[in-house]
Design a protein around this ligand. Structure first.
Ligand SMILES: [Zn+2]
Length: 201
């Protein structure tokens, strides 16, 4: 069964949620990017052992495990570091596909690559900006006593609610919908662009 590098490649029109992902920021936040450190992570539904080399702290070796405990050949990914504004440094993956991009997230199931190399569009489910603004708009609506559907108009003042409260919640709900609409338009535009670019290659 396939280790890294043995799988089939998939082509464009995929989105970021069609692939497993490794996020170097999570590893850094958890203090895992230390020479000699090994830890478990998941790529899609496959368990992966990541190991920062003891003698080469800028390299993480990934070992894929299929069900049982057999390990496959290591799949090396280089790390790079950039200084942060307020001291410290931030780690990045260097895209192993060879484009040389420094990226926070690598996508893949059997091979790993950055979003650019995979020509991935962001998926709406994973675009946290979009998702969060939708959730906030819905919550604000429901606080007003309305339905969560943004297609319906904002509800009138519920019985028993003070006008002052109603006006505050109404303003909040209207503002959140505005934020959501703006992020939705941005998302649709970027999707349209990436489709266009995908076709012109
Ligand atoms: Zn790349």
């Amino acid at each position: 069964m396939g280790g890294f590098g043995s799988g089939q490649r998939r082509y464009s029109k995929a989105t970021t949620s069609d692939y497993g992902r490794l996020d170097v920021r999570t590893w850094q936040r958890q203090g895992l990017l230390v020479a000699g450190r090994s830890f478990l992570c998941w790529l899609w539904d496959v368990e992966v052992i990541a190991s920062v080399k003891r003698d080469e702290p800028n390299m993480v070796c990934l070992y894929r495990r299929n069900g049982s405990d057999q390990q496959h050949a290591p799949y090396p990914v280089w790390l790079e570091w950039t200084p942060c504004n307020y001291g410290g440094k931030r780690g990045w993956f260097v895209c192993p596909r060879g484009c040389g991009h420094r990226v926070a997230i690598l996508y893949g199931n059997s091979t790993l690559a950055c979003r650019h190399c995979r020509r991935l569009a962001y998926d709406s489910q994973q675009d946290s900006g979009w998702n969060r603004s939708l959730r906030q708009a819905r919550t604000a609506r429901m606080r007003l006593g309305g339905s969560a559907s943004l297609v319906e108009p904002l509800p009138g003042k519920p019985k028993g609610m003070h006008w002052r409260t109603y006006r505050r919640l109404y303003r909040q709900a209207a503002a959140r919908e505005q934020v959501f609409l703006t992020s939705a338009i941005t998302m649709v535009n970027s999707l349209a662009n990436s489709r266009f670019n995908g076709r012109s290659k």
